[in-house]
Ligand binder design. Structure first.
Ligand code: FAD
Ligand code: SF4
Ligand code: SF4
Length: 476
């Protein structure tokens, strides 16, 4: 360990921008054993590991780095998978620059340990060597849990609850599992075979999946199961109400990304096949500056758009998403117009221009529309310009759908943000035996937080169902 003074930081090879623009394959390669050991050995084994403190799963990073450096990969996998249900996914798509790696306190002047890539290596090596086995249950509990939603929160909870011997049923309105892992996040960040591989393992471990099953009545699930976990994510796209906002070819980001992901999976997608959701040959403008906007601009590049522009009302320093993704987009030829906000769409039936308002930064940290920690903006009077655009994609964030109505559960209490209100200590909602986790509680967040919430909620659900069973036995 402590080799950082003589071993420079390396990431796995990244495909050059010109090559990666041609397809949807993941852009990062994988370490081999020697590279992983060398990079892991840079860690200085801090007494107080800030990397671990800033990992939402509190992964025991220094230990699995040391084991990797020593070539003890089976033990490294055992430790990394003890706290992370899907380390191969986090290793790929966590914004490490804001989490573990961004807080690595290796000596000043030396670059952080490449933690995410090593986590991915450990797990891919474990899969390739047959170390990753389906869940094996020693004794069935005789208790049943229903989970609504097969995104990372639902899947993490399902994994943990099945390990406790419960009969776990996951319901999802989509035809494939994964939630945003499958239909939101593009292939070039996370190939879908990685998600399908986990689905297969979970199925082999005895978890029942009910796909194409939109839950419309919470009560029916409560009758079937001893407890229910709501992990439905947030899907209501925020809109932009400026003049001519209802022109054609102005579409929400998730509709666009879902069509692209489905196409890559080989599905027939009418909206894509008739050209509406295909950026090929078009002048594309993406409105927004977060990770979803970056996924849209980079998807449009790969679809062969004539030009791709990102309109963001603040400056680059105030962008909410991962700096790594912005850098990737810049390398791939995306044009960024900072301090620029759409003022009106222009067109006849369909959009063909956007009137753009020049903005300026004002106060710091002023809460604006619920956002905190970024500078506010105001228009620069009289400063507008037009941008040619025949496909506008709105990537302005997501809110929760109206769950009490959708699930016919008027007693389900919501927070002031429209998300499900829970008791933070035990993930319990206002309805007895019903729990909630993931984006539907936090609002739009990160995969790693959904996994964390799913795992913690599973502990609370397990406690609830076993106590209920015990009190039934005592009463009998
Ligand atoms: P979801 O993943 O949204 O899953 C919810 C599931 O519930 C869905 O499958 C849905 O079909 C199902 N469902 C909803 N209602 C019902 C119902 N009534 N009946 C049955 N099923 C239902 N995070 C990162 O960490 N890194 C990234 O790079 C990243 N990129 C992103 C890119 C995009 C475009 C988006 C939109 C998000 C991204 N995120 C990223 C955020 C991350 O994907 C989410 O925080 C995470 O997926 C939330 O997990 P979840 O399980 O709570 O919900
Ligand atoms: Fe870093 Fe994410 Fe892995 Fe935690 S789960 S160590 S934050 S990559
Ligand atoms: Fe190693 Fe960096 Fe974590 Fe310290 S903060 S234990 S150097 S990875």
């Amino acid at each position: 360990m402590l080799t950082f003074p003589g071993t420079p930081q390396h990431y796995p090879e990244v495909k050059p921008a010109e090559a990666r623009k041609k397809d949807f394959e993941e852009i990062y390669g994988n370490f081999d054993k020697i590279q992983a050991a060398a990079q892991a050995s840079r860690c200085s084994q801090c007494g107080v590991p800030f990397c671990q403190i800033h990992c939402p799963l509190s992964n025991n990073i220094p230990d699995w780095l040391k084991l990797t450096a020593e070539g003890r990969l089976e033990e490294a996998y055992a430790i990394s998978s003890a706290t992370n249900t899907f380390p191969e996914i986090c290793g790929r798509i966590c914004p490490q620059d804001r989490l573990c790696e961004g807080n690595c306190v290796i000596e000043k002047g030396f670059k952080s340990v490449t933690i995410g890539s090593i986590e991915k290596y450990i797990t891919e090596n474990a899969f390739a060597s047959g170390m990753v086995k389906p869940i094996s249950v020693a004794q069935e509990s005789g208790l049943s849990v229903g989970i609504i939603g097969s995104g990372p929160a639902g899947l993490a909870a399902a994994d943990m609850l099945r390990r406790k011997g419960h009969d776990v049923h996951v319901y999802d309105r989509y035809d494939r599992v994964g939630g945003l892992l499958m239909y939101g996040i593009p292939n070039f960040k996370l190939e879908k075979s990685i998600v399908l591989r986990r689905h297969q393992l979970l199925k082999e471990g005895g978890i029942h999946f009910h796909l194409n099953y939109a839950v419309k009545d919470l009560g029916t699930l409560q009758e079937k199961h001893d407890a229910v976990l709501i992990a439905t994510g947030v899907y209501k796209s925020r809109d932009i109400r400026i003049p001519e906002y209802s022109l054609g070819n102005i579409i929400p980001a998730l509709k666009y990304l879902t069509a692209s992901n489905r196409k890559e999976l080989g599905d027939t997608v009418p909206g894509f096949d008739n050209g509406t959701l295909d950026a090929s040959g078009k002048d594309v403008a993406v409105i927004g500056g977060g990770d979803t906007a970056m996924d849209c601009v980079r998807t449009a590049v790969r679809q062969g758009a004539a030009s791709v522009t990102c309109l963001y009302r603040r400056d680059q320093a105030n962008m909410p998403g991962s700096a790594r993704e912005v850098k990737n987009a810049l390398e791939e030829g995306v044009k960024f117009l900072f301090l620029s906000a759409p003022k009106a769409f222009i067109g006849n039936g369909s959009v063909n221009q956007i009137l753009v308002q020049q903005m300026r930064l004002t106060t710091h940290d002023a809460p604006e529309n619920g956002e905190r920690g970024r500078q506010s903006v105001a228009p620069v009077e009289e400063e507008t310009f037009t941008l040619k655009c025949d496909l506008a994609i709105k990537a302005l964030g997501f809110d929760a759908e109206d769950l009490p109505v959708l699930l016919k559960a008027p007693a389900l209490r919501l927070s002031q943000y429209g998300t499900v209100d829970i008791n933070k200590k035990n993930f319990a909602t206002s309805i007895d035996g019903v729990f909630a986790a993931g984006d539907i509680v936090r609002g739009a967040s990160l995969v790693v937080w959904a996994i964390r919430d799913g795992r913690d909620a599973a502990t609370a659900v397990h406690r609830y169902v076993t106590e209920k069973q015990l009190s039934k036995r005592n009463a009998a």
